[in-house]
Design a protein. Structure first.
Length: 201
């Protein structure tokens, strides 16, 4: 077999393999990266210490395009000088830094101690802080997977600690100094509607 013919055959095989790869990949282009780990919310929320009597859930955004619990924890320790680090009890990833919809559990939850996620220290003692990675004051909204994880988490803790719907609030609803958190595009009403439908089941 001539060298030229051999090269043509090799090139043809390479093009065929590339085409097959594109056919497999194309359906996923433009779609959100799926969360690969199925989460058990009850197992995720288990702690080995006496549980706090939580009365509120406060919702936040990170105001960043990417991040995870470790990065936010480092920032809070090094810049804010908070010994307990991560201000929130839970962080929900957007696929940039952690899984899309992945729920990360902070040490404050594991220890069942107060958060540092609002300027109202009395509220921090009894409020579960949940932060979604993303900046929802800009054009962005939580990803579908973030929203599903948030709904499941808020629904679970609300039932477990008998937290009324009226006590599931956004950071900007807290009586304190003004804040835009969790941003104008945060789907708060959609979350409440979803919780209503889950409670009616």
């Amino acid at each position: 077999m001539k060298i030229v013919e051999r090269h043509v055959i090799i090139f043809s095989i390479a093009m065929f393999v590339t085409a097959i790869g594109l056919l497999i990949y194309l359906p996923f282009i433009g779609k959100e990266r799926q969360l690969t780990v199925t989460m058990d919310i009850e197992e995720l929320c288990k702690v080995d210490v006496e549980e706090n009597e939580w009365e509120y859930v406060v919702l936040h955004h990170s105001a960043t395009d990417e991040g995870n619990a470790i990065r936010i924890d480092r920032y809070h320790r090094e810049r804010r000088k908070w010994p307990e680090g991560l201000a929130y009890h839970f962080v929900i990833g957007n696929g940039n830094g952690s899984g899309n919809g992945e729920i990360e559990v902070g040490n404050r939850w594991k220890k069942q101690i107060h958060g540092a996620h609002t300027a109202n220290m009395n509220l921090n003692q009894i409020a579960i802080g949940i932060c979604l990675v993303g900046n929802f004051e800009e054009d962005n909204k939580p990803t579908n997977y973030q929203f599903e994880s948030l709904t499941s988490l808020v629904n679970y803790v609300s039932k477990r600690y008998k937290i009324p719907e009226s006590n599931v609030i956004m950071h900007n609803q807290v009586v304190q100094k003004g804040t835009l958190c969790p941003g104008k595009n945060f789907p708060y009403e959609q979350l409440i509607d979803r919780m209503d439908s889950l409670r009616s089941l």
